[in-house]
Design a protein around this ligand. Structure first.
Ligand SMILES: Nc1ncnc2c1ncn2[C@@H]1O[C@H](COP(=O)(O)OP(=O)(O)OP(=O)(O)O)[C@@H](O)[C@H]1O
Ligand SMILES: [Mg+2]
Length: 438
């Protein structure tokens, strides 16, 4: 029998053996090999920790061939230790982790550094799972790396919850935007309602004025006409006074007339209208005034326009007002260009050109019909530009303008669901553009 010589720590107890006279005659010794047992117990405990651990553990050799996986690893991936033993760790790759990540991982652990990160791997059934991993190397007594240990935690549920949260956030954001747009629309509708309500009040007021003022004004005008016949030949001073009075009465009548049309702006009588015909008739009505003031007319017509549903009489009133403004702005003559076109609204126009109140009515891609009226007149000083739509704003001499023309025009176009804009042209003069939704 071969005896092996080993040195091991022993727990030993010695008791002296005595004879009847209490003389020591021998020694009784008991030894326990404690070191070995403790080492075995420690190993068992460590192995239990790994076996029962709630984290996944994988041990591979230095080439990446799997040597051990713990039960948690089997539970998550579906692979048993028998199935994986000898397989390369590549078997777990899903293709969803970038290859640079693996390169970095291998360069770290083969240099003996720890690698921490996340990857997406594939289970036996093909499903994917996400894990955070800490991979470190194990060296032998000579310091050579023999194994790698990968401790992984399954974070698939966390990832899914994160993704759900992200999607929820996106849809929340979308809902918020929808809500904001709806609120914007509501605000516009509210403004329109307030505007309509205001116009109704003005309408009532105008009707009252018409009743109370217009008829007495008519009586005064007739009286003045009579008086002017009577006085003309006799007394030139009195004749002058009567003339002044007549002009004042005419102006008062015209203010009343315009207030009345403002009040009636919302009472639209809709019909299908050929816009070109309507512009032709408006120009025809002003033929004499245009010729007298040496205004040349250029009409650039669109080859075809969609028919529009409009109140022809009111829109004609708008064109007449605008053309008269243009004539007044060109006292030494000039050119009036009327231009029409039908087009699809592009996003920049939908965002910038339009009146903010009307913005929700016009969306990019809508088909619109545009009428432009350009003149080569004086233009409008930039500081006056924001005021021109205010009621009673006028730069014209007494008796020439009431300052209600543009107010009436904008109101009428607004009630048609259209927009009216006015701006100075870079080449001089003013461009008024009217846009209707086709
Ligand atoms: N084409 C234009 N060129 C230059 N200025 C213009 C033009 N159109 C309007 N304006 C300016 O805007 C002001 C307001 O115009 P608006 O038509 O509302 O009133 P008005 O022409 O003065 O009087 P009315 O009520 O008789 O039309 C004008 O007094 C004028 O100063
Ligand atoms: Mg005017």
């Amino acid at each position: 029998m071969k005896t092996e010589l080993r040195s091991e720590p022993l727990l030993t107890a010695k008791v002296p053996l005595r004879d009847d006279y209490a003389r020591i005659v021998g020694l009784l010794g008991m030894n326990r090999n404690t070191g070995r047992r403790r080492a075995d117990e420690q190993l068992l405990m460590l192995s239990r920790v790994v076996e029962q651990s709630a984290t996944m553990v994988l041990i591979s050799n230095s080439r990446g061939d799997i040597e051990y996986v713990n039960p948690k690893f089997t539970q998550v991936t579906g692979y048993t230790l028998e199935e994986l033993a000898g397989e390369n760790v590549r078997i777990l790759k899903s293709g969803h982790t970038p290859s640079e990540e693996y390169t970095e991982l291998w360069s770290a652990i083969s240099a003996g550094r720890e690698w921490r990160g996340q990857f997406c791997n594939k289970k036996k059934n093909g499903d994917l799972y996400w894990a955070t991993a800490i991979i470190s190397s194990i060296r032998n007594a000579e310091g050579v790396i023999t194994h790698y240990v990968s401790v992984q935690e399954d974070i698939t549920e966390r990832k899914q919850a994160e993704e759900q949260l992200r999607q929820l956030n996106v849809s929340l954001l979308r809902k918020q935007q929808e809500l904001l747009a709806a609120m914007e629309g509501l605000k516009t509708a509210q403004m329109q309602l307030i505007e309509a309500e205001k116009m109704k009040t003005i309408g009532c007021l105008a009707a009252g004025v018409a009743h109370e003022v217009k008829n007495p004004l008519g009586v005064i005008r007739l009286g003045l006409e009579y008086l002017s016949h009577q006085t003309r030949s006799k007394d030139p001073d009195t004749a002058q006074v009567v003339d002044d009075m007549s002009r004042a009465v005419a102006r008062a009548s015209s203010v009343v007339g315009e207030l009345l049309s403002l009040g009636k702006a919302q009472e639209l009588v809709m019909e299908t209208v050929d816009l070109h015909k309507l512009l032709d008739s408006s120009l025809a009505l002003l033929r004499v005034a245009l010729a007298t003031d040496h205004v040349k007319v250029v009409f650039e017509r669109a080859s075809s326009l969609p028919a529009l549903r409009l109140d022809a009489r009111k829109v004609e009133q708008v064109f007449i007002n605008l053309i008269i403004n243009a004539i007044h702005a060109m006292p030494d003559g000039g050119t009036l260009t009327v231009r029409t076109c039908a087009k699809q609204l592009d996003p920049t126009e939908a965002d910038t050109v339009l009146d903010p109140q009307m913005r929700s009515r016009f969306r990019s891609g809508d088909t619109v019909v545009v009428v432009e009226i350009d003149d080569t007149g004086t233009g409008i000083p930039e500081d006056k530009l924001p005021k021109v739509f205010e009621p009673f704003f006028t730069t014209k001499a007494e008796g020439k303008g009431t300052g209600l023309g543009l107010t009436v025009c904008k109101t009428i176009i607004g009630f048609h669901g259209g927009v009216l804009n006015l701006r100075n042209r870079p080449e001089g003069g003013v461009r008024v553009s009217i846009m209707f939704k086709a």
